[in-house]
Design a protein around this ligand. Structure first.
Ligand code: PEP
Ligand code: MG
Length: 542
């Protein structure tokens, strides 16, 4: 038996085999082939596999998000079957007597260039699609798995690091736990693990390597210890703890249907944070009163091209309808910094956390922003949708945003499309600037939602992604708590309400502090909802 130590970022015990996800690098070499016809046949065989994969992805998208999302994969199918594209590849193989991989990579670049030089922005966007299908073909030719498929047996997923787009592609029903070499408590892998209630350990370092692939392991998400190839005693002890944890979870389920009420009768809203439509099931299972944060960027991360208005509308409408009138706060696109998306073609930045992210990126690309706002407004006719904007620092940003929203509403009225005219509008308080001027911002919105992950990062000047700075990244810091209190006071003075949707909302050691401040709503990962309800019921503010 060997042990590895990292930091536990989501409690729980998992027992299973390790599946190590390798970082994907791709180098294509040019080779001469003796038999061009045989090489063309090899190419067409891989092509058939790629087509099958795309059809399967289309089905998955249909099941999980809806028709419009699946449309991207229809485009991929069409491209894969495009005769010009196929002829170009086969001609290179035949005329130059070269391997199929090389022919695909040359054709990929040529077609991507043609698309990106077109005038129509829609056609320009197809460059990313042609790259995507070509890369899939390369993987098929090399016998590699393009998708992060995990086999039939649920596994402990290990990786040096996982990007948000990699985590979204994983079939979560096959994941027992996450273990990463790098990462920090507030990284999106950690957040995703908490959303799904899966044990997670990060910051294990170089000891976590591909050599462990296939080994049995016990992951203790409470202590951050991983037992590789555990002996019989360890296995028995950890199985017992796993049972105890199951019993605790079953006890918490008894809190379903109960109010979030303190001993003295103070009530507070407890909502859930989610990142995809498929997580709506968890919101219901754990009986959250609403959605306090829908991280809409995961819709964009899960796609190979910009999701169009109808794709977005389908997802937001599903949230609105499924929640049956319960308030569902959808945050507009928050990419940049740690959440990079290839097809956005963002310039590399020296300091991405201080760069073009969140609302800044949306204001820099108003056409894209309008598409999202229109989809959100249309969905608001189907339920209780509220919208909020991330990474605000200045009053003018909110003024400009509201003006764009107003003109989107005007377009909808002109087109005779229904929307909820009194849809609530909020901003996230994630920068010290926004907290300090929250008295001014409160005049312009219905609510605030405090993003303590970023508020801590920017207040303490500590990179939330840097695991070695975890000691300095203290969300209980007096400066952070004082800013939160200031925001609550400023909001209430202007009749705005305040929620907290950062990870601190689930920290039961400060629940009483937040209730004493007068926080109106706490939004936590779905599996934390009932634990928080239990905690609230034990507090006496009198
Ligand atoms: C936050 O910053 O606290 C937050 C909720 O947003 P995200 O973690 O997605 O940046
Ligand atoms: Mg944030």
């Amino acid at each position: 038996m060997g042990t590895l130590q990292g930091k536990g970022v989501c409690g729980g015990i998992a027992i299973g085999r390790i599946h190590f996800l390798e970082q994907r690098t791709r180098t294509v070499t040019q080779r001469n082939v003796p038999d061009e016809a045989a090489e063309c046949a090899r190419f067409m065989a891989s092509h058939a596999v790629a087509l099958e994969q795309v059809a399967a992805l289309q089905e998955k998208a249909l099941r999980e998000v809806g028709e419009k999302e699946a449309a991207v994969f229809e485009i991929h199918q069409m491209m894969l079957e495009d005769e010009d594209y196929l002829d170009a590849i086969r001609e290179i193989i035949t005329n130059e007597s070269v391997n199929a991989e090389y022919a695909v990579s040359v054709t990929r670049e040529e077609f991507a260039r043609i698309f990106s030089e077109m005038d129509d922005p829609y056609m320009q966007g197809r460059a990313a699609d042609v790259r995507d299908i070509s890369n899939r073909l390369l993987d098929c030719l090399e016998g590699k798995e393009t998708d992060l498929t995990l086999g039939n047996e649920p596994m402990v997923v290990a990786a040096r690091d996982l990007t948000p787009s990699e985590t979204i592609q994983l079939d979560k029903s096959r994941v027992l736990a996450f273990v990463t070499g790098g990462g920090s408590s507030n990284s999106h892998t950690a957040i995703l693990a908490r959303t799904l209630g899966l044990p997670a350990v990060i910051g294990v370092g170089d000891a976590l390597s591909a050599r462990l692939d296939g080994d049995m392991a016990v992951v203790d998400g409470f202590t951050g210890t991983i037992y590789v190839d555990p002996d019989a005693d360890t296995l028995q002890a950890m199985r017992k703890r796993q049972e105890e944890e199951k019993a605790r979870q079953a006890m918490l389920l008894e809190y379903r249907g109960k109010p979030n009420r303190t001993v003295d009768g103070t009530e507070v809203l407890v909502y859930a944070n989610i990142g995809s439509v498929s997580e709506l099931e968890l919101v219901k299972k754990y009986d959250a009163g609403g959605i306090g944060l829908f991280r809409s960027e995961f819709l964009f991360l899960d796609s190979d091209a910009f999701p169009d208005e109808n794709v977005q509308f389908a997802a937001y409408r599903k949230v609105a309808k499924d929640m049956g009138g319960k308030r569902s706060i959808i945050r507009t696109l928050d990419v940049g910094a740690d959440k990079q998306i290839g097809y956005f073609n963002l310039d590399a930045e020296e300091n991405p956390a201080l760069g073009l992210r969140g609302l800044r990126l949306c204001l820099a690309r108003p056409d894209m922003f309008r598409v999202q706002l229109r989809a959100l407004a249309r969905a608001s006719a189907f339920g209780n949708i509220a919208v909020m904007f991330p990474m605000v620092a200045s009053v003018w940003e909110v003024e400009e945003t509201r003006a764009i929203l107003e003109s989107v509403f005007a377009d909808l009225r002109r087109d005779g499309v229904a929307y909820n005219e009194s849809m609530e509008i909020g901003v996230m308080i994630e920068t010290p600037a926004a907290a300090v001027i929250s008295d001014r911002l409160a005049d312009m919105v219905d609510f605030f939602s405090i993003g303590t992950n970023d508020l801590t990062q920017y207040t303490l000047a500590v990179d939330r992604q840097n695991a070695s700075l975890d000691r300095f990244c203290d969300p209980h810091h007096e400066a952070v708590l004082r800013l939160i209190e200031l925001v609550v006071q400023n909001a209430h003075a202007k009749d705005a309400w305040v929620g907290i949707c950062g990870e601190l909302a689930a920290d039961m050691s400060v629940t009483e502090t937040f209730l004493r401040m007068g926080v109106d709503e706490l939004s936590v990962s779905p599996p934390k909802v009932l634990e928080l309800r239990k905690r609230i019921s034990e507090i006496n503010l009198a």
